[in-house]
Design a protein around this ligand. Structure first.
Ligand SMILES: [Zn+2]
Length: 82
């Protein structure tokens, strides 16, 4: 398992509403929102560049900054929906 996958497994278990001893349950609303790349809390855990690379949506603000200024995605954290 790569570092990212390992990190995601930990984050999933942490955000999961009904974690098991093996980690996230994979069935609750929180697990599901991570599966569909829509968990609002996850955005603060990844730099924008990583989110783009892995197909996660950026916040409208972050995305419009990139579009408007033809800027590069930032390495800062918080490509957040909220
Ligand atoms: Zn769960």
């Amino acid at each position: 398992m790569g570092q990212f996958e390992l990190g995601m497994a930990m984050v999933r278990a942490w955000l999961c509403e009904q974690p098991t001893q093996q980690g996230a349950c994979g069935h609750c609303a929180s697990c599901h929102s991570i599966d569909v790349h829509a968990h609002a809390d996850l955005c603060v855990l990844m730099p924008e560049v990583d989110m783009l690379e892995r197909g996660w949506p950026l916040s409208e603000k972050a995305q419009s900054e990139i579009d408007d200024k033809n800027a590069s995605p930032a390495k800062k954290f918080g490509g957040c929906h909220a």
